[in-house]
Structures are given as C-alpha cells and as structure tokens.
Design a protein around this ligand. Structure first.
Ligand code: 5CA
Length: 449
C-alpha cells in the first residue's frame, strides 16, 4: 500500500478526551474515530488490526472444535422474557420498538438466542456435545463508557456457547475453551492470567476472567506470581485429550479479581514474596451456568433411555475490539504503538527519505515490488515529506519493521532495517534485509500453526 493513496489521518497532539495511552494512540495513529460516546468507527489501519485479532480468535476456536455461525445484532424481546432476563437486564440493554410496535433489542449477549436455535434443532443426546460461536457486535448502554474501545457501548465480542448432556461433560467443554483462551492471547503477544471471577448477569457459579496485567486496567487483581510465568500449551495440543492437568496448573494457585478476593486466604496461601497485587484488563470471561437458560427455555434432548434431559450450558466471551486497546496498553513506548508481529496491520514500513531523487525512487519501487511478491505486506511511505516527519509517523503506527532507503546508503549499496520493538538499526544490503524479513515472517507463521 502506498501511503500517498492511503487513508491515515494522524494527529500530532494527544486528544483531550483520551485518558489512557491506548485511547490516545488509537486516535493519534488513525485507527478509530468516535461517532458518539462509546461508539467508534474503525478506520482502515485500525480495521486491519481488528481483523487480524478476530482471525486469531477464530483459528483457536476452530482448533478447539467450536463451530462458527452468525446471529443477528437485533433480537426479539420475547426470547428474553422466556429466560426472565428482559426485566433483570435493566438500563444497560438498548430496547427498540419496530414499526409494528414489537419489542426488540440490540443484543448485549446471546444466551437466549443460541438456546432457542439449539432447542429447535437438537433433539437427541447423540448430537451432543456441541460448541457454537459467533463474532458479532454487541451493545451495552454502559453508564460510563470510557477508555476508548476498552469500555465501549458498541463493541465486538466473540461469544461461544456449549451444550452437554452432563455436568461432567460440560466441564470438558469449559476446559477446552479455557485452553483455547490461553493460546489465543499468547498468539497476540499477551500474557493472560485466568482468575476466579464474579458471574454477574450471565449467571452460574464457575467462572474465570482472563486478565492482562496493565497499570491502566480497570480491575484490581491478586495472584501468585508463579501463574504469570506459566507457558500456554503449544499448537500440537489435542483437544480430545484430558485437559484437566493444564487447567489445574493454571488454577492451582491463588488468583482472584477484586470481587472474589479473600484477603485472609491470599495471606495464608501465598508467601509475601510471591504475592502480586496489580491492575488488570479483562480480555475474556468464561462461565458454566448449567441449566440457567435451558431449563426455563425448554432446551431438552432425549437421553439413551428415551428420557428427556435438560442440557448443561456454558458461555465464553472474548472482547475482540477491547483487545486492540489491551495490546497497545501492553506494548507501546513514548514514540507510539509497538504491534506484535501477529496482529500488525502491515509487516513492514518502507520509507523513501528523498522522494524525487531518481535513484532512490527506483530502488524503493523495486524493493516494494519484491517484498510484496514475497508475501510481505508493506506500507510504502512515498509522500514528499520531511524525513523526520516520516520516521515519527512510522514509529507512531508501530509496524514491526522499517526499511529506510536514501541516496547516501544506496551509494554504498545499503539500506537501513529498523526493528520497532528494540529500536535496533542495521545497515544491510537489500538481500540481507530481505532475508531477515522473510525469516521473521516464517517465525510468525510457525507460532500460528
Ligand atoms: N455471554 C458472556 C460470555 S459469551 C458475556 O457476555 N460475558 S462478558 O460480559 O464477560 O463479556 C465478554 C467479554 O467482552 C469481556 O471479557 C470483555 O473482554 C468484553 N467486554 C464486555 N463489556 C465490554 C465493553 N463495554 N466494551 C468492550 N469490551 C467489553
């Protein structure tokens, strides 16, 4: 992509309305624009990142055996009356009346709709277990939308729903999602810590939040420091195996959000030197709630002996749009964003420091074509701008690598490769720079498979 033809409205100064670094950087780097409080448009660069995150979430759900579908954003109120949540959900639900005066709502979550789909389609225990998911916009009329996409009113969520015959089987589904979440966040360069959590309006009594430690996190969390050091399972994980040893390892030591924190237990179970009290961002939340929806909504299947059995359910959410902010909170410096390679909007930024110089223009065009032909995505800064402004813009938008091409280097057959994360600069021939980029691309692909 040539920057001269792209849509990348950068802001020089920190916008006044933004309190935390990710919100500031998302506005400054031209990722989002606010449409109204807690509701955002995704500009081309931000939309690319959102897609990449969504795709990692999707791949790990599919790997765990979950099946993707798509439910609508607008739901009929009647279903929510069946479960009893229509009144209970209160003002956070956006209620709409259609032209026939039918009560509708913009879905804040989908337990009712998926239970209705399941109930109407599945009649036998032979069709269990199933995990169904979708990635769809939600609306919650939060009292205080803030921190940009971190606490929005409209936000993109991945929500999965499991259906099982027994509590024991439901626990297996829960464990599958638990492990898939560890892998999902790790692939985005994030260290997530599962913590015992409150269940709120979703319900049930078994629940974990997946927390990213960050100073600007909304919740206070407490855990044993060993949990932070644990490595998530590799891509060769077999989801049909018994996953409880992995889940036990990640839940075997104290970890709780502030709502579930027990100070006395924490003090007793965790030596002082091992105690971590920090702030965290909730990027995922999983629930087992048994028959909370299946019972009132009549989601039953015929068991092996012909008897009707009410299915056991769980639900599993990931804040896809929140993750864009969370990743920036975890990975930035004074100059701007530092995207982990797996979610970066482009692999490489190519900077022409002297547009109009025939040899430099020619070299850049040649490099641009070769990189793209090798499958690398390139943002080519071909604008007639000061070099300093180009470097600052490239640092701000945070692509993992920058290739700097100017007349001086070219005279000695070299270009500069800068790594955004470390700031390291290497003067290299084009061939060596090209090989380094290809090696890095191969590493990112390997992590994904
Ligand atoms: N139905 C369940 C799980 S599918 C559910 O709705 N869970 S939730 O309420 O915990 O939301 C799931 C995830 O969505 C959260 O972990 C969080 O990452 C994200 N999320 C929740 N509210 C917001 C919000 N206002 N803005 C951005 N992301 C949010």
């Amino acid at each position: 992509m040539r920057l001269s033809r792209y849509f990348l409205p950068l802001l020089r100064d920190d916008p006044k309305e933004a309190e935390i670094v990710s919100h500031k950087l998302m506005l400054r780097a031209g990722l989002i624009r606010q449409a109204s409080a807690g509701i955002y448009s995704w500009l081309p660069l931000g939309f690319k990142v959102l897609h990449k995150i969504e795709q990692i979430v999707r791949e790990e759900q599919d790997r765990a055996g979950a099946l993707e579908l798509l439910m609508p954003t607008i739901q009929p109120a009647d279903l929510w009356k069946e479960s009893g949540r229509y009144e209970a959900y209160g003002k956070e639900m956006l209620r709409i009346e259609d032209r026939h005066e039918r009560e509708m709502l913009y879905g804040p979550t989908n337990e009712e709709l998926i239970t209705a789909i399941f109930r109407d389609a599945v009649k036998s225990y032979k069709d269990l277990p199933r995990i169904l998911y979708h990635i769809q916009w939600k609306f919650r009329d939060e009292i205080r939308p803030r921190f940009g996409v971190m606490r929005g009113r409209e936000f993109l969520m991945k929500d999965s729903y499991s259906f099982d015959l027994t509590v024991e089987d439901a626990r297996k589904s829960y464990n599958k999602m638990f492990v898939a979440y560890l892998r999902t966040f790790a692939r985005m360069g994030l260290k997530s810590v599962p913590m015992v959590a409150e269940t709120g309006p979703i319900g049930g009594n078994l629940s974990h939040e997946f927390i990213i430690l960050a100073e600007t996190g909304e919740s206070e969390v407490h855990c044993h420091k060993d949990l932070i050091a644990l490595e998530p399972p590799g891509a060769d994980i077999d989801y049909d195996d018994d996953l409880s040893p992995i889940v036990d390892a990640f839940t075997g030591k104290y970890a709780a959000t502030s709502e579930k924190h027990e100070a006395e237990r924490f003090a007793k179970e965790v030596a002082e030197k091992d105690r971590v009290t920090a702030r965290g961002i909730e990027v995922g939340h999983i629930f087992f709630f048994g028959t909370k929806y299946s019972e009132p909504m009549g989601a039953r299947v015929q068991g092996p002996d012909g008897e009707l059995i009410t299915v056991q359910m769980g639900s599993y959410g990931i804040g896809v749009s929140r993750l864009v902010g969370a990743i920036i909170e975890a990975s930035h410096d004074d100059q701007g964003i530092i995207w982990p390679k797996s979610v970066a909007p482009f692999d490489v930024g190519l900077i022409n420091v002297k547009v109009g110089d025939a040899a430099t223009d020619r070299a850049c065009e040649d490099i641009y074509a070769k990189l793209e032909a090798a499958g690398l995505s390139v943002l080519y800064d071909d604008r007639d701008e000061r070099a300093g402004a180009k470097f600052a813009a490239m640092d701000l938008i945070g692509l993992p690598f920058q290739l700097v091409v100017g007349p001086k280097g070219l005279a000695s057959g070299e270009i500069e490769l800068k790594e955004r994360l470390t700031g390291a600069r290497h003067s290299l021939t084009f061939e060596s720079a090209f090989n380094r980029l290809l090696t890095s691309q191969a590493e990112t692909k390997r992590d994904a498979s």
